[in-house]
Design a protein around this ligand. Structure first.
Ligand code: SAM
Length: 244
C-alpha cells in the first residue's frame, strides 16, 4: 500500500533483521537510504534488489517534496545505515512533512543501539535520557554535560573509539564518579560491555582507541555502586558464619 514505512535494520548482525522488515523491504516500490552501498549489502542478504534514493536531512530539502509526493502513490521504505531510522540518523523531517501531507505512516520497530546498550549495562532502566552524540568541540561538550548533571535518569551517549577516553574523563569530572558501562560492537563477533565507575573506565581506556561502535551508559546521580564479585563473596562468607 502507498505510504511511508520506517524500517529498523540490524546494528551489526544481519540476522537481526525481522521477518516483517524483510517483507516490507521486499514489497516496497523504493527505499530511501543513507548510503546505498550499506543498504545494498542488506538487500543482498535477503536476496532482493530495489530502486534506492538517497535521503539525508541536511541535503534533503530539495528531495523531500518529491519523495512525499511518491508516498501518495507508492510504498516508500525509509532505512538508515544501521538500527532505527531517526535515532541519531536522518528522517525526522521526512516523517514530520509526510504527517502534514496526510500520508499513511507505519513503523517497523527493531534494533536500536541505545536500548540494546541499556539492557546490557545493568543500570536502572525505569527512566533514561538518550543524549546521542555530544558536540565535538570541548567547550560545547562540557556545557552539554553540565546541562544534564541534575537529571535523575540513566544517561545514554553515542561515541566513537578515538574520543572515548576523553569523553569518559569529562563525564567523570562533570557528573561525579558514577557507575557506567561501555557497550561496544553490540550483536557483532566482539560484542562486550565493560562496567565500572567513570574514573575506572576512563583509566581503562586512557591509552586505548577501541575499534568499532560504542555506547556509553551512565547511572543517575545518587545510585550506589554495584557490588563487586569480591563484595558478594565477602557477604556470602559473613552470612555463612552467622548460620553456623
Ligand atoms: N540509528 C542507530 C540506532 O538505532 O542505534 C544509530 C545511528 S548513529 C549514526 C551510530 C552510532 O550508534 C554509533 O556511533 C554508535 O555510538 C552506536 N552504534 C551503532 N551500532 C552499534 C553497535 N553495534 N554497538 C555499539 N554501538 C553502536
Amino acid at each position: 500500500k502507498p505510504g511511508l514505512y520506517i524500517v529498523a535494520t540490524p546494528i551489526g548482525n544481519l540476522r537481526d533483521l525481522s521477518p516483517r522488515a524483510a517483507e516490507i523491504l521486499t514489497n516496497a516500490d523504493v527505499i530511501a537510504v543513507e548510503d546505498s552501498r550499506v543498504t545494498a549489502k542488506l538487500l543482498r542478504h535477503i536476496g532482493i534488489r530495489k530502486p534506492m534514493v538517497p535521503y539525508h536531512d541536511h541535503v534533503a530539502d530539495g528531495v523531500r517534496p518529491a519523495l512525499i509526493a511518491r508516498m501518495g502513490m507508492e510504498s516508500v521504505a525509509l532505512v538508515s545505515d544501521a538500527g532505527t531510522p531517526l535515532i541519531s540518523d536522518p528522517g525526522y523531517k521526512l516523517v514530520r512533512d509526510a504527517r502534514a501531507a496526510g500520508i499513511a505512516i507505519v513503523t517497523i520497530p527493531g534494533p536500536c543501539a541505545a536500548v540494546a546498550a541499556l539492557t546490557l549495562a545493568g543500570l536502572p532502566t525505569d527512566r533514561f535520557l538518550f543524549v546521542g552524540f555530544l558536540p565535538s568541540k570541548a567547550k560545547a561538550r562540557g556545557e552539554a554535560i553540565e546541562e544534564i548533571t541534575a537529571i535523575r535518569a540513566t544517561l545514554i551517549f553515542y561515541e566513537s573509539g578515538p574520543r572515548l577516553a576523553a569523553t569518559l574523563s569529562t563525564l567523570a569530572e562533570k557528573l561525579g564518579d558514577r557507575e557506567a558501562g561501555v557497550a561496544r560492537e553490540i550483536s557483532k563477533m566482539f560484542e562486550e560491555c565493560v562496567t565500572g565507575s567513570l574514573t575506572q573506565l576512563a583509566a581503562r581506556y586512557a591509552d586505548a582507541s577501541p575499534k568499532g561502535e560504542i555506547v556509553i551508559v551512565v547511572a543517575p546521580p545518587g545510585i550506589p555502586a554495584a557490588a563487586s564479585a569480591e563484595d558478594a563473596d565477602a557477604a556470602l562468607a559473613e552470612a555463612l558464619t552467622r548460620l553456623s
